[in-house]
Write a new protein. Structure first.
Length: 154
């Protein structure tokens, strides 16, 4: 499966915030958004990824960009993950139906039954501006990948 291509209008999807509130494609309108798909809360690579991203989240937000983590973990696990790491990047759950949004974005890793490591930049118009899919879930895309994707989508 390929990650959603730049130029594609974001299809309808629904995720859940850490508080269980629905989060849909309509919540993206009017803002540039980075969705960071990752396999599992508390895994070693995911922990490293979000700690690195948190170091520059202020710079990302200063550009007028919203950033969210997305995994197939339950909202409660994501909340605990974010709190334990001390990161401010909001988390969105693709738990039930498992991986439905990740499949829409081409970020589901079927062999493992989990979200793959992918990054999707969506413009304020609801169109994908840039996307990245890791070779496998163990590959950590450095923060330079996020900045490169933002530059591509500018």
């Amino acid at each position: 499966m390929a990650v959603i291509a730049p130029g594609t209008a974001v299809p309808a999807f629904e995720l859940r915030t850490e508080d269980g509130v629905p989060f849909t494609n309509l919540d993206l309108e009017g803002r540039t958004t980075v969705l960071v798909f990752y396999p599992f809360a508390f895994s070693a690579v995911c922990t490293d990824q979000f700690q690195v991203y948190e170091e520059v989240v202020g710079e990302i937000r200063a550009r007028g960009v919203d950033i969210y983590g997305v995994s197939t973990d339950a909202s409660e696990a994501q909340h605990a993950f974010r709190e334990k790491l001390g990161v401010t990047i909001p988390q969105l759950s693709d738990f039930e139906p498992k991986g439905a949004a990740a499949r829409i974005f081409g970020a589901y890793f079927e062999p493992g039954g989990m979200t793959n490591r992918a990054i999707v930049v969506i413009g304020p118009d609801g169109v994908v501006k840039a996307s990245y899919l890791a070779e496998n879930p163990g590959v950590l895309p450095g923060i330079n990948v996020v900045f490169d994707l933002l530059a591509q989508g500018a």
